[in-house]
Design a protein around this ligand. Structure first.
Ligand code: AMP
Ligand code: MG
Length: 346
């Protein structure tokens, strides 16, 4: 009798272990914000993973429709109203992006300025196609600079936005992905998903781990296709990299790329890529863009005022400037570069 009960128990145990699927990695990829989005979810519940994928796809499609800088979108209508000095009613999303943009503008002493749209357009970096191939006339750059469009010139009163400068053209390309991946992680967590990565073309937000092993993340080498460094993480992390290799053209050996110094009207120089890790994706994204503009002389000051400590900069002359806090997290893979560990308070 006892033997019979024992055998039945074993059988039940066997059945329950069979019916519970093993956790595994589910992936989904799609194209939006002009880049490939890849979502990885580690779970034993495939249906839940599929719900996560659909939730993020829908959200990103909505964001893209609201924030697209050159296709018809709410942002596009706002820019059209600004060019005619007219007020424009804001959705909660645009309201938030403007106030966050103003905050980062202030914290970076104007180096991060989402009002650079007129300059981005002049350089033809506002197009999906690779039509940016020539340096604009210096007089055209100077003309825009003489009015120095800045996001600080937008005032919001009861959800109506108005700009005192009709050359302000908002372009949220410098921090929209950070907003989007923060939002995606929040949505996954609300669904009960706690092990995932949302990767928007190399910029990503991660939570948890994969089978208790940390997620392994590669940082792109700005000089050739491949990774320059690897980062392991098993907690909420946002890793954002800005680089001079995303949209660019070369003329007489100089690279002109899509991150514009609002003070000169020309693409930033000295830094080939800037990587930032921070608890907030939107801040990490804005800060990576700001550090590209800050250059080797101002990066520490900018980091201090934006309250970021985990930074890796790769200069065009092939040095890696890394903070001690970042150095602890990163394994450098390309040993041909000189590493300089520098504290932002040094
Ligand atoms: P990211 O790859 O995050 O550095 O963003 C680059 C994008 O930010 C560009 O394609 C522009 O749309 C926008 N951008 C360019 N220069 C600036 C700037 N100085 N401040 C804020 N956004 C900028
Ligand atoms: Mg950015």
């Amino acid at each position: 009798m006892l033997k019979h009960i024992f055998t039945s128990l074993l059988f039940i145990l066997f059945l329950t272990s069979c019916s519970k699927p093993e956790p595994q990695l589910f992936n989904d990829s799609f194209f939006t914000f002009g880049t490939n989005i890849t979502i990885s979810i580690y779970t034993d519940d495939e249906k839940l993973a599929q719900t996560g994928f659909k939730t993020i796809r829908d959200e990103f499609r909505t964001l893209n429709n609201q924030l697209h800088p050159w296709n018809p979108s709410e942002l596009h209508s706002l820019n059209a109203a600004i060019s005619k000095s007219q007020p424009h009613q804001l959705s909660p999303l645009l309201h938030l992006m403007i106030t966050e943009g103003q905050r980062f503008h202030k914290l970076s002493s104007g180096l991060f300025d989402p009002a650079v749209g007129s300059l981005v357009k002049l350089w033809k970096f506002d197009q999906a196609a690779n039509i940016h191939t020539s340096i604009p006339k210096d007089s055209d750059i100077k003309q825009i600079l003489s009015k120095r469009p800045s996001i600080s010139e937008i005032t919001i009163d009861q959800n109506m936005a108005v700009s005192s400068n009709d050359l302000v053209r908002l372009d949220f390309g410098g921090f929209a992905k950070g907003y989007a991946t923060d939002k995606a992680i929040e949505m996954l967590q609300n669904l009960g998903i706690n092990n995932a990565i949302v990767n928007a073309g190399g910029d990503l937000s991660a939570i948890g781990s994969k089978n208790n092993f940390p997620w392994k993340i590669g940082i792109r080498n700005p000089f050739y296709n491949g990774a320059i460094a690897a980062i392991s993480t098993n907690e909420r992390t946002n890793i954002f990299t800005s680089g001079n290799y995303e949209r660019y053209f070369e003329k007489d050996g100089t690279r002109f790329h899509h991150i514009i110094d609002p003070n000169t009207g020309y693409p930033s120089v000295e830094i080939a890529s800037a990587t930032v890790i921070h608890d907030s994706g939107i801040l990490a994204d804005a800060a990576a863009t700001a550090l590209m503009v800050a250059g080797l002389n101002n990066w520490k000051q900018t980091a201090k005022s934006m309250d970021i400590t985990k930074i890796m900069l790769i200069s065009s002359d092939k040095r890696i400037y890394i903070t001690p806090q970042m150095d602890k997290l990163v394994t450098i893979l390309d040993t041909g570069l000189t590493k300089v560990v520098e504290d932002i308070h040094q």
